[in-house]
Design a protein around this ligand. Sequence first.
Ligand code: ADP
Length: 989
Amino acid sequence: MFAQEFVLKQRTEILHALCSSGSTEHLERVLDILLAQGELIWEDYQNIQVPDRALYTKARQLLDLVYTKGVDTCELFLAALKQVLPESQIVGLSFAGCNSNLEEKEEYQSTSTHTLLTQRPSLVSKLLGHIHGALEALVISGHFTSADCDEVRLPVYTPSQQARRLLDHVRPKGELAAKVVLQYIQQKQETGSALNPEKLTPPKEFLKYQKKLSSSVSAQSCFLSTYGGTSHMSLDDIYTEGQLELAQYCADVHGPLGLEDIVGTVGTVNEEADTVLVSGEAGSGKTTLLQRLHLLWARGVALQQFLLLFPFSCRRLNSEHRELSVKELLFQHCCWPDRDQEEIFQFILDHPHLVLFTFDGLDELKQSFSDEKRLCCPTQPAPVHILLFNFIQGSLMKGVRKVVTSRPEAVGPMLKTHLCKEVLLKGFSPSGIDCFVRKHHSDNTVATKVLESLQTNTALLGLCHSPVLCWIVSQCHKELLGCGEGSPQTITDVYLMILQHFFQHQSSQKSTVGLGWFQDHLKTVLHLGQLAFEGMKNTCYIFSGTDLETCGVTENDIYMGFLIQSKDLSSNHGKHYEFLHVTMQCFFAALYIVLSNNMDHSTISKLFEVKDMWETDLTSSCFRACLPSTYQQDCSLQGDATAAETSNLQITATFVSGLLSKRHQSLWLQCCPSAVMEKKIRQVGKCLSKGMQKHFKSIPQPVEGEKKSMHAMPGFVWLIKCIYEMQESRIAKDAMSKLEVDHLKLTYCNIGPVECTALAYVLQHLRNPVGLQLDNNSVGDVGVEQLLPCMHICNSLYLRNNNITDEGIRKLIAKGIQCENFRKIALFNNKLTDACTQHISQLLRTKDDFLSLRLGNNNITAEGAKQLAEGLKFNHSLQYLGLWGNKIGDTGAEALAKALESSKTLVWLSLVGNGVGNAGASALANIIKNSPTLEELWLTENCITRTGVERLIEALKHNIHVKSIWLRNNDLSLEEVEEMTQRESRLVF
Ligand code: ADP
């Protein structure tokens, strides 16, 4: 009897475990198992899987069904749950005593249709990645029409749902159709196993080639350059995991992705595509991540499903001006086979699934992605960018997995249609920063000191989320620890610190005290600056000896370490150089713009006119055309601007703003006439103000009765960052004096801690309070702390989906309590638990003008609700309270109801999906009875039965203000729903 009782008593918990993620996957997998075990018949399944029915309703129906089927079915149901649910949820369900084992049914059945049922769980997984092929087989055999295919492939379905829909559609088509599917799967498995690298015996020459390739990949990837040519750091010693996330929400993925997930099937949105995009800002660690993947592959510890890995750098491909065939590209750019080229290439063509290509820095390619020129023949020579674009589309080397990295702004909608998935690289997490600093300093005391100093300078801590900046900060620990109060605040400060560090580290001259170090190295700065600047104009990141000569770069300049020798597997055309990192090139270009006396006067204004990538793609060419070019070579003025150019010019402009800040003027005083400097400063100020004006002008007039709202574009955030770099409150004040809005929306703007620092610096000067909407960014706890200086001008703060934990909220609330204007907060979908509710409770208790609190989709339980209730007892202002998707249960609902019983302000309350039952509903009925203000009560997706609803109906008799009580997906039969709707029209079922 135990299992049956368990299903009844733990109904709420089981429902929650099955449905709380919002994904149907758990439920569908349980259904698969029960069908396969014969515990459900097909009709049962169809009765549950009615299209458009809510997930909770389906789950409830299943629970009713298994309960009525008796103890055996309940046991198997529990065993299925155990198999399907993640460990953490199983623990919550306390399954002790459930011993039923799930065995795969033996295959005695005579019919294929039956096999589709009994083998359903494994067939679903075997079909993954082969839906297209299976559909094709069904169409060819005449069993499926294209309408059938469309129904299976609805874009809302996940791959496993598509597999199930395919099986569902095949069943009514009869025995022959079922046979076609089974045969197709069997055939795929056979060919699949032939492709299994372990079972495959490639030709001997191939194995030699593989060895050669992996040893050269290993040699290429085992070190990170830190000083040009002179100092290397082993990747093993320093590599720190960055934060990887899927760009598209995927119900099956919780928590961060691992390195191997990049090429794995997880998060696939387009099964037919072979290309994975890893996108991240400059310095977020894309190159290093690929380098790590390469090294792990070459060592045989990861990605072993691929026998060959061909790494490419788009930066280097830019200098390939010949037309090449695929074979030439692979062999000449990656690894040359000593013998049997034809055989090896043929093997690659025959086994594309065993091959991985990586392309680093697609944004740096001179040509923007286009799918106009199709190429299908691997032996036909073509320009390398055409080869690359055809790889991405899969028209060439279909089946070869490709991983491409790029900055996000370079990825247009056309490219996205060819991606199998997009993974975002978001730099280091707070613990990643800690780990990196500790790895960087073998001396633990130094590491601890650096970390302590970061804790006291959270603006700098925010910058350290970017690995390149974290590296600089760690590298410059002496400067950092020695500078006390004046420690770096801006990106420009950080780059000036590395400038000084390199000069003093490498220089033979005795380090000069004070600011003399800059003077001493002015010539080097100008030489490298010119090289960087000219490179920028010509989309050039790799420099030949001649380029260096043209700009007067000497051996001594190279020796300083900002330039490193280009790694290139094949090039024998003399030494080539590149800047340590592209941001370093931008910094030197900015130094040149600021310091050069013969800079064209329009340079600065052109630089600041650079628009967002999608506004126009001609701007950078205009920029180039307007600049005096002393540097004409093969890579000049080709085609339109690439995304990297736009992004580099924006980074350069940010540095120009920072360098012209008053704080750094003492550095330049000796080098430039002050009149020229003043002029440049005025020019930048004007550009920033003009840029802002343009954004303000685009704010639409509000519709009557609505608030004036500005939806900021990424370019707005960039201008804010430039203003922050200048560190002059006058400019920030001036810019904000003209912004008159009630609501500032910055959703999906890639806002991390660094952007928060800049936003707070500028927005604190707004004249009137605003609602600040930062939903769907990566603010995190460090970002929250950065926002505190502008809290006083926020009347509402929207931080949905921002990775914020209790610690961040603690600080936010402590500040919010002191801010007169602060009235509303939305924290939906963060990482909040009961550890933050005492602080929120304090806010409710103290701020008697607080209006709206939304805490949906966090991890708040009954304990948290009780804490909130403590605050609510003393609050006389709250109008909106949202706790959707937490776990407060009956006890929590009772505590809240008690606290809100006599509220004279509450208008809207949501306890959707919280495991609230009749006890909770009865308690909530008391609010309804007494409240003069309540309009809506949301209780959808709970487990209230007739008894609870009767209480609500009774209470409604005393209340004419309440407009609706939402009760969809509770424990009510259709008859009950009908009857109760008749009695009380304000109940919504
Ligand atoms: P991107 O390609 O995104 O511009 P890079 O990979 O070139 O960024 O990173 C810049 C620098 O940051 C590297 O040279 C390295 O010093 C540091 N770095 C980046 N990612 C990591 C990582 N995962 N672990 C350790 N250091 C890293």
